[in-house]
Design a protein around this ligand. Structure first.
Ligand SMILES: Nc1nc2c(c(=O)[nH]1)N[C@H]1C(S)=C(S)[C@@H](COP(=O)(O)OP(=O)(O)OC[C@H]3O[C@@H](n4cnc5c(=O)[nH]c(N)nc54)[C@H](O)[C@@H]3O)O[C@H]1N2
Ligand SMILES: Nc1nc2c(c(=O)[nH]1)N[C@H]1C(S)=C(S)[C@@H](COP(=O)(O)OP(=O)(O)OC[C@H]3O[C@@H](n4cnc5c(=O)[nH]c(N)nc54)[C@H](O)[C@@H]3O)O[C@H]1N2
Ligand SMILES: [Mo]
Length: 693
């Protein structure tokens, strides 16, 4: 009793931090702390983009931090790989053994050691800082981090000159917004706030997405094209803009490169041809072109929010090149509320060399492994072309066994008895089950970090709100101590997290502002391409890219069909996409009970026509299968799925799904046209009742 009184009387402080998750919003987050315990997280009302609101999942961050299954001390495997049996060991015992094992491998060939990491935290410090220095110093294999945005990112670089575009806040002033391959309400909530403002001011919102998403529900119109056909749609839009002369000829002449070539190609794509490819009607294409073209004639701002959903297919890079070209045709860039936004990350002057110290490679260029084909690469033997078989894997900020494509192969790789695996984690994920050692990492409430964003243009600082839980340590500290155990004495391993936070942006961001208010806005132009000024080699919007042509690619974008295109297989007639479930963040949060309960169970959405053709009813357990494997889940007959396309919402932990499977049992390791990215949404399947198989 007395205790409660004291607790409630204890002062509450509010620590300014940043949401660490892989999301365009990068929110400013306040943590309320009482008696050293984080009692609640809130959206920071002082940060304009966050506007005092967090999404449902991150508002449960304390539930995640104080989760009863949080890993709080180092663990060593005692059972077979994958069985999840571990015993507690001391930090010193774990690091001594890991250092010895790595040293033995490094003496043979350091390239047999591979880091595997992605964006479990987007923090620049707990991401690739000391970790990168450590792997550089060892001469380990490099990881090509392609799993999310490689195709779209490369497309932007070749078209606009970088990961650049409209500033998100100006969407509020647009008159037409195409929300293209983005379920913004689920995955980019703070953009949706601006789009909604525009809607209230009379803007028209059109959603282009195979799935009738929560966002499509709220738009004026929804165009449910087949997955991987966006390039054809964009070309047909160009066709209509040309035919009706809804063009900004002056903009095209002064600020673009390759217009006559692109014009010729677009004229091959009348709406009838594209409609047949996209599985929609020619009228839908004409109406869309009319809406976009009307903005040209009325000089009203037309904006496109395209997200990474469109580029997880074979032709994803070309599709993004075409979509990113559209604003130049109508001169939409002239207005700050016109243009396109896929990613804003290219605005940030991140001092990567200072953080990651590639000079520690001392002139060596180790081989590079693509994270999107980790399944195959873990199973590759040593060879002159490949180099040494991967002998040690250090995983941090990622859960590859759940999120990488073609799980059967990934699991087979992780099961290898001769593979030494260390996983830095908060939880015993599907990946951690295969570790030889699990090392407990701190969460965002327990460490320092600094963040850029891919959806807005503010830098954020994250201060620790509480002391580390149990024996957890920041990733940086774990790699510092591992370096010390391996006898690496370079001074750069001594840099503190505070030093690293300051190094991340050097002099280009005022650190005092970050310390005092938690965020600092970059000084970026309001309408970056109003007068051209594209940071491409030609200084223009490059419809035609000489760089791409020189590398043996088509210099001009085109529609590139899926590897596994709809209506092409008798055995697997359904196209499957696997977009994120709203209350999960990739595979993060699946183990947070309150959020898992909101999602219920792993679901496959299917249109009533496809369900009745198979005699399937909502609520039944189904097998979704193809040549790569079988995924067990529950069927939901739903208008959210269009005929011929099923939506397998991701990304469940395998061990929390049915029969220990998740949707990546079905996806392939085939790569995109640009950037060597994964093709999660380019995947054919068949579905039948579970009992029938
Ligand atoms: N709640 C939540 N938020 C997230 C994430 C999450 O897992 N959960 N993931 C985060 C991550 S990692 C990223 S990269 C970002 C962006 O994440 P994205 O994965 O781009 O997220 P979504 O906005 O859901 O966009 C995917 C949308 O594209 C649609 N789509 C699928 N295939 C196609 C296609 O061929 N063409 C078109 N036009 N649309 C297609 C899907 O139906 C879905 O609605 O969001 C982040 N935000
Ligand atoms: N089928 C299908 N698969 C997909 C996608 C899809 O749409 N469909 N989306 C893809 C996309 S866009 C992405 S970005 C990838 C994402 O894949 P990942 O980047 O692997 O993301 P998560 O699944 O969220 O796993 C991140 C892990 O990092 C851990 N973590 C978080 N913070 C820290 C930290 O500070 N230290 C340490 N050591 N660990 C930490 C979390 O606990 C979590 O287990 O998945 C891809 N996979
Ligand atoms: Mo992503």
């Amino acid at each position: 009793m007395t205790d409660t009184t004291i607790h409630s009387a204890a002062p509450i402080s509010h620590i300014v931090g940043a949401c660490p998750h892989d999301c365009p919003d990068t929110c400013s987050m306040l943590t309320s702390v009482q008696n050293g315990i984080a009692i609640k997280v809130h959206g920071n009302p002082a940060h304009p983009h966050t506007d005092g609101a967090l999404c449902t999942k991150v508002s449960r961050y304390t539930e995640r931090t104080y989760h009863p299954e949080r890993i709080l001390h180092p663990l060593k495997r005692v059972g077979p790989k994958g069985s999840g049996q571990f015993e507690r060991v001391s930090w010193d015992a774990a690091l001594t053994d890991i250092a010895e094992r790595l040293q033995t491998i490094a003496r043979r060939d350091p390239q047999a050691i591979l880091p595997y990491s992605y964006a479990g935290t987007m923090g620049l410090v707990q991401g690739e800082s000391i970790a990168a220095r450590f792997f550089h110093k060892l001469g380990a294999s490099q990881l090509n981090r392609t799993i999310c945005s490689a195709a779209g990112g490369e497309a932007l670089v070749h078209t606009l000159g970088g990961k650049l575009g409209m500033r998100v806040e100006f969407f509020a002033e647009s008159k037409l917004i195409l929300i293209w391959g983005s379920n913004s309400i689920a995955s980019n909530l703070h953009f949706w706030r601006y789009a909604n403002q525009a809607k209230r001011n009379g803007a028209r919102l059109i959603c282009i997405d195979p799935r009738k998403s929560e966002t499509a529900d709220k738009c004026h119109q929804h165009i449910a094209l087949l997955p991987g056909t966006d390039g054809a749609l964009a070309l047909a839009l160009m066709h209509e803009l040309i035919q009706n002369d809804w063009l900004d000829h002056a903009y095209l002449e002064h600020y673009t490169l390759g217009w006559s070539k692109l014009r010729e190609r677009a004229l091959l794509w009348n709406p009838e041809r594209a409609a047949a490819v996209c599985g929609i009607t020619p009228e839908q294409i004409r109406d869309l072109a009319k809406a976009y073209g009307a903005c040209a004639t009325r000089r009203e701002p037309a904006a496109i929010r395209v997200n990474y959903g469109v580029q997880r297919v074979h032709g994803g890079g070309n599709a993004v090149r075409l979509i990113a070209s559209l604003p130049a045709l109508i001169g939409a860039w002239r207005n700050r509320a016109g243009g396109v936004l896929l990613s804003s990350s290219g605005n940030f002057p991140v001092q990567r060399a200072a953080l990651q110290r590639p000079d520690l490679l001392s002139g060596h260029t180790p081989r590079t492994i693509n994270m999107s084909s980790i399944g195959d690469d873990l199973l590759r033997p040593s060879s002159p072309e490949f180099g040494p078989a991967i002998a040690a894997l250090l995983v941090y900020n990622s859960n590859p066994v759940a999120i990488a494509p073609d799980s059967a192969r990934v699991v087979q790789g992780f099961e290898r008895e001769d593979l030494f695996t260390v996983v830095l984690e908060h939880f015993q994920t599907d990946t951690a089950d295969y570790a030889d050692y699990i090392l407990p990492a701190t969460t965002q409430l327990e460490h320092w970090d600094v963040h850029s964003s891919y959806g807005h243009t503010d830098v954020l600082l994250n201060r620790p709100a509480i002391a580390p839980c149990g024996e957890a340590k920041p990733n940086t500290q774990i790699f510092r101590e591992l370096a010390a155990h391996m006898g690496l004495t370079d001074a750069c391993f001594k840099d503190s997290d505070d030093d690293l936070c300051r190094q991340a942006f050097g002099e280009s961001v005022d650190f005092a502002t970050l310390l005092s208010q938690g965020f600092a806005t970059l000084n970026t132009p309001e309408a970056p391409f109003a007068q051209g000024n594209f940071p491409t080699p030609s200084g223009k919007c490059e419809f035609y890219s000489a760089r791409l042509a020189a590398s043996g690619q088509d210099g001009l974008p085109d529609h590139v069909p899926n590897h596994e295109a709809a209506n092409t297989s008798a055995s697997y007639p359904l196209a499957m996409i696997s977009p994120p479930a709203r209350n999960f963040l990739n595979s993060s949060f699946v183990n947070v009970k309150s959020l898992r309960e909101l999602e219920g169970t792993p679901l496959l959405e299917m249109h009533a026509h496809d369900a009745s053709a198979r005699g399937l009813a909502s609520g039944s357990t189904v097998c979704v299968f193809n040549q790569r494997g079988t995924y067990h889940c529950q069927l939901l007959v739903s208008e959210r799925a269009r005929p011929g396309v099923v939506n397998g919402l991701g990304v469940w932990w395998r061990k929390m799904g049915l029969e220990g499977t998740n949707v990546n049992q079905l996806t392939s390791q085939k790569l995109t046209d640009l950037g060597q990215g994964p093709t999660f949404y380019d995947c054919l399947v068949q579905v039948q009742a579970a009992a029938a198989q």
